[in-house]
Design a protein around this ligand. Structure first.
Ligand SMILES: NC(=O)c1ccc[n+]([C@@H]2O[C@H](COP(=O)([O-])OP(=O)(O)OC[C@H]3O[C@@H](n4cnc5c(N)ncnc54)[C@H](OP(=O)(O)O)[C@@H]3O)[C@@H](O)[C@H]2O)c1
Length: 248
């Protein structure tokens, strides 16, 4: 039997891309999944694919409104049971040069990508809501480790999440909880395809440096599975790359 079978895992941002592939992978491993999406459409998609199993539950919440998370998540967890894993795949992408940035856009990105992540971590690490050995994973981006024009806010939110996770690893260790980040390179998701279609040129310059090619979402999901498992029991507070060779 798989080590992760029957474990309760929360995936936020599960309706598309990396989160969706992770949900499929963990479903195959026999996990009980609490699957989150932000929109009606996202939840509908999750219910269509995973709703046939009584092992899975669904949670809809808008990460741009962190004040609303505590009540609904706590209620859902009381029904679902203590968590052994949490993977956060929500990420608001902002692509704007400085002259097109404004306070509202920057604030929404920080709230969605950082504040809500911290709020979920705060809630699920309350007594009774997590199981022994809870492992938390946040998906960061190579954008936070390199300097690229037009992504200052997005990159800053990912860097902030990674630093927060590093600090929290020292706090949460005393409860037997681990927390890590994954630095993802360019991943072949719906969001990526939309981005490429919106560009004048179909040539992706990132792939010049990401010499191993575009990463399939399964590649990042596999690293999430490793970090959720006991095989990574000595890894804490780290940012592990799945970057197709970009950063080295
Ligand atoms: N794709 C890449 O190349 C790449 C590279 C590096 C890092 N990443 C990071 O990896 C993570 C996953 O990215 P992805 O491309 O696989 O998926 P994605 O297309 O960015 O969608 C992820 C999920 O986020 C949810 N979401 C978006 N806005 C939300 C909000 N305000 N409140 C609640 N949920 C919200 C979506 O729900 P709905 O479907 O309901 O809207 C969806 O389930 C993100 O953090 C992203 O920044 C991606």
């Amino acid at each position: 039997m798989d080590e992760l079978a029957n474990k309760n895992i929360l995936i936020t941002g599960a309706s598309r891309g990396i989160g969706f592939d992770l949900a499929e992978l963990l479903d195959q491993k026999g996990c009980n999944l609490l699957l989150h999406a932000g929109s009606d459409l996202g939840i509908q998609r999750l219910k269509e694919v995973f709703g046939g199993s009584d092992r899975h539950c669904f949670w809809q919440a808008d990460f741009s409104k962190p004040d609303m998370l505590a009540v609904t998540l706590q209620e859902t967890l009381q029904f679902f049971g203590p968590l052994a894993g949490y993977v956060n795949c929500v990420g608001l992408r902002v692509r704007r040069p400085l002259n097109l940035l404004n306070v509202a856009t920057a604030t929404e990105a920080f709230v969605t990508n950082v504040v809500s992540h911290l709020e979920v971590v705060r809630i699920i690490t309350r007594k009774g809501l997590f199981a022994k050995g809870l492992s938390i994973v946040g998906i960061s981006s190579i954008a936070s480790h390199i300097g690229s024009p037009g992504v200052s806010i997005y990159a800053a939110t990912k860097a902030a999440m990674e630093s927060a996770n590093r600090c929290l690893s020292k706090e949460l260790f005393t409860k037997g909880i681990r927390i890590n980040s994954i630095i993802a390179g360019q991943v072949n998701t719906e969001a990526y395809k939309e981005l490429m279609q919106s560009k004048d040129s179909q040539v992706d310059l990132v792939l010049d440096r990401q010499y191993m090619g575009l990463i399939e979402p399964r590649g990042v999901a596999a690293m999430c599975v490793f970090l959720l498992s006991e095989q990574s029991q000595y890894i804490n507070g780290s940012s592990l790359p799945v970057d197709g060779g970009y950063l080295v």
